[in-house]
Design a protein around this ligand. Structure first.
Ligand code: ASP
Length: 450
């Protein structure tokens, strides 16, 4: 396939995003999104909504089986339980470290610029906080009472735990489990194929998701909250382009430029879905096939990161805390800010990467440091857009740590990482090959005749 054709999916997805922004802006700024209007009812909340939701559902549909089978294969592929422990320990430490750095930098930037000082904005958006689970419960819930229940609920930590245990037990059973291991490998391959099938429709879905989000956003609010939005987006970009890339370079020696080039697709998916969890299939595909991270590492680090690593969310919490503290004129002091850092790092462990969860974590942080939880109402209007941006940063952090851990364990194919074309989505991959079709016919006939 020619180079230009190979590139087409990334280009198409970016195009879908750009068009989505333009169409969404037109609808928003011309007032076509007025409740009850044709465009609002049938296009934005009809067509765009349905296409977008169907796509997000399709991505979510892949998550549980993909994580389950790839982790089983990963564990069997490692074949060494000590390495598994090292991968777990290293990724946990790096995830916590990056999140702590993220929020500390955000607080520093926001406090230096003094955002929200002397501001007097009325809030009519009421926000009442929900609690995120206490750490003790998070620890208990890592062990599923019922793995099927955990899978049905998409609870990532217990699914990870169960899958690893299945993998380890398969290794212990040894030769007798051979066909099961092979089965898991085939199932994993099938799931990856499904990721490709769903990615083929991504440009249209990304268009619909973004057009709907932009059309319904309170863009007017952006101006009144320009200080908050500006500092938040600036801090997110600083973390993505500077902090994470320095960490990548120092710990792995890999090229930040190559990383940023290849991670774009994952970021667009995260941006459009505002969910690290729903993005898992795309992150997993990119990390393994585009970056060259061995499945034995990625199968663990990607879903683990989607659940416990939220750099972007932590940055939002840091900036929002400073902002609201200044608006309400509540001095927090160094002790207060340290509590904020600790709380949001801990909160990120217990909350899954789904849309809007950052606000729940924020209310927990506010309660802890004595800030009024209603204050969150101030930033509520712009949170959907901020959620999209911070989720793109969250998944970039997951991929960064996956690369670092894989490189340090010798589980990374650096040639694949350095090859700009490696693993590029190829639409031919999802066409039913005539040879494969003929082979399948033979297999089916053979099975029938048995
Ligand atoms: N939407 C974010 C994620 O899925 C979490 C959040 O910040 O609300 O990573």
């Amino acid at each position: 396939m020619s180079e230009s054709k190979k590139m087409s999916l990334t280009v198409k997805v970016l195009l879908g995003m750009a068009l989505g922004i333009i169409v969404g802006l037109i609808i928003n700024l011309t007032g076509l999104n007025a409740p009850g209007s044709f465009v609002n009812e049938y296009i934005v909340n009809g067509l765009f909504h349905v296409i977008g939701k169907m796509f997000v559902n399709a991505l979510k549909m892949l998550v549980v089986p993909l994580v389950f089978f790839s982790l089983i294969c990963g564990v069997c592929g490692i074949g060494d339980i000590r390495m598994l422990g090292r991968v777990g320990g290293k990724s946990f430490a790096l995830y916590m470290l990056t999140t702590a750095i993220a929020i500390a930098t955000a607080i520093l930037i926001a406090a230096t610029l003094g955002i929200g000082k002397g501001m007097n904005i009325a809030t009519d958006a009421a926000f009442s906080g929900k609690d995120s689970p206490p750490l003790t419960q998070v620890l208990i819930d890592i062990i599923p009472k019922n793995p099927i229940h955990a899978m049905a609920n998409g609870d990532m930590l217990p699914i990870i735990f169960f899958s690893i245990l299945v993998g380890i037990s398969m290794l212990m059973v040894g030769k007798k489990a051979k066909s099961f291991i092979e089965g898991a490998e085939i199932a994993n391959e099938i799931m990856m194929k499904m990721v490709n099938i769903i990615m083929a429709v991504a440009p249209y879905a990304v268009f619909a998701l973004i057009a709907k989000a932009v059309a319904t956003l309170g863009l007017g609010l952006l101006a009144s909250l320009a200080g908050y939005v500006g500092v938040l987006v600036g801090s997110l970009m600083f973390h993505l382009f500077i902090t994470l890339m320095i960490i990548l370079k120092i710990f792995s020696g890999l090229s930040p430029a190559m990383f940023l080039k290849k991670i774009r697709n994952v970021q667009v998916f995260a941006f459009s879905t505002a969910s690290s969890n729903a993005t898992i299939p795309v992150t997993m595909r990119t990390v393994t096939e585009r970056f060259g991270v061995n499945n034995s590492v990625a199968a663990f680090t990607v879903p683990f990161g989607a659940t416990i690593n939220m750099d972007g969310t932590a940055i939002m919490q840091g900036v929002a805390t400073v902002f609201i503290a200044n608006v309400y004129d509540v001095p927090l002091g160094v002790g207060g800010y340290l509590t904020v850092i600790l709380m949001s790092v801990l909160a990120s462990i217990g909350t899954a990467g789904v849309p809007g969860v950052g606000l729940i974590m924020l209310s927990m942080v506010f309660t802890q440091v004595g800030l009024p939880v209603e204050g969150i109402g101030l930033v509520l209007g712009v949170d959907r857009l901020m959620d999209m941006i911070r989720t793109a940063v969250n998944v970039s952090g997951d991929a960064t740590v996956s690369c670092i851990v894989a490189k340090s364990e010798g589980k990374m194919d650096v040639d694949v990482f350095n090859d700009p074309d490696a693993g590029i989505f190829d639409e031919e991959e999802i066409t039913l090959d005539e040879i494969v079709e003929a082979e399948m016919k033979e297999v089916i006939e053979e099975t029938h005749n048995k």
